[in-house]
Design a protein around this ligand. Structure first.
Ligand SMILES: [Zn+2]
Length: 265
């Protein structure tokens, strides 16, 4: 599922890729939608058929072999490239040794996160954030991990997806939150600059971004659909937020089922 920001006052635009077809999901709001998992799962990396999906879309061999499936991607501060044990050093050069951005976002309250500079704003739309503010740029994924660790002393790094889907999220003054956190984490940031170089952590003076999602009605109670348990997911489409489809019969996180062959009606 591809999500792009809406232009002007328009909400985010959702497009579902089903085989060769591209389905404009915003246009289906208020209408019935049925997704049927055929039982086939293809690895998003090698295309091989797999009985089970690992790490949201990979076959088991890829899951064990690819650097992008290593635990250091989720915990970048544990990067082991310098020890010579990176699973794919060339991939790491292209992905980990690239500028990363530390950001604050508001998905279910204030959170801190990191992303490659090229993944903005997709990252925030995927999380269902209603606001985001890039606060710092660094040279590598590992450095962004250390900065994130520091911020996690004071801010969450996870989204409460139930609260996010219920729409129970108050707007925040992200600029004020940034200034408050930067001041209180000052000595920790100085420590990281000592370690990585004076220019390693570069504060950004960006404007806060705001995102709207196409939602007719937020669910009061969250029921989750799961293709592994029930291949047919159908209902009236009431909204789109983050990687979720909100149907009157329950919600489904499509990211979780990356690689699943699905027929849409
Ligand atoms: Zn594979």
């Amino acid at each position: 599922m591809a999500i792009v920001p809406g232009s002007g006052d328009a909400p985010a635009q959702y497009t579902l890729r089903a085989g060769e077809a591209r389905l404009d999901l915003n246009a289906r709001l208020g209408q019935s939608l049925a997704l049927r998992h055929t039982g086939a799962i293809a690895c998003t990396h090698c295309g091989r058929a797999t009985k089970k999906s690992f790490a949201q879309g990979y076959c088991y061999p890829c899951f064990k072999k690819l650097a992008q499936c290593d635990t250091c991607i989720v915990k970048p501060e544990t990067c082991h490239f310098d020890a010579g044990t990176c699973r794919e050093p060339e991939w790491a050069e292209r992905h980990c040794f690239q500028p990363h951005v530390v950001y604050l976002a508001n998905s279910s309250g204030l959170k801190v996160g990191i992303t490659r500079a090229t993944q903005m704003p997709t990252r925030w739309l995927d999380q269902g954030a209603i606001q985001a503010l890039p606060i710092m740029e660094v040279d590598t994924r590992q450095q962004s991990g250390f900065v994130e660790m520091l911020f996690k002393e004071q801010v969450a790094d996870r989204t409460n997806w139930r609260a996010m889907l219920k729409g129970e999220v108050e707007p925040l003054d992200l600029i004020a939150e940034r200034d408050r956190l930067m001041a209180s984490l000052d000595s920790g940031l100085a420590g990281l600059r000592e370690r990585f170089g004076a220019d390693s952590l570069r504060p950004l003076d960006a404007a806060a971004l705001h995102f709207d999602y196409p939602v007719l009605e937020h669910p009061q109670k969250i029921v989750s659909h799961n293709f592994d348990k029930q291949p047919e997911v159908a209902g009236t489409l009431l909204g789109l937020k983050g990687q979720y489809l909100l149907l009157d019969t329950g919600v489904i996180n499509l990211r979780k089922f990356t690689g699943y062959e699905v027929r849409v009606a």
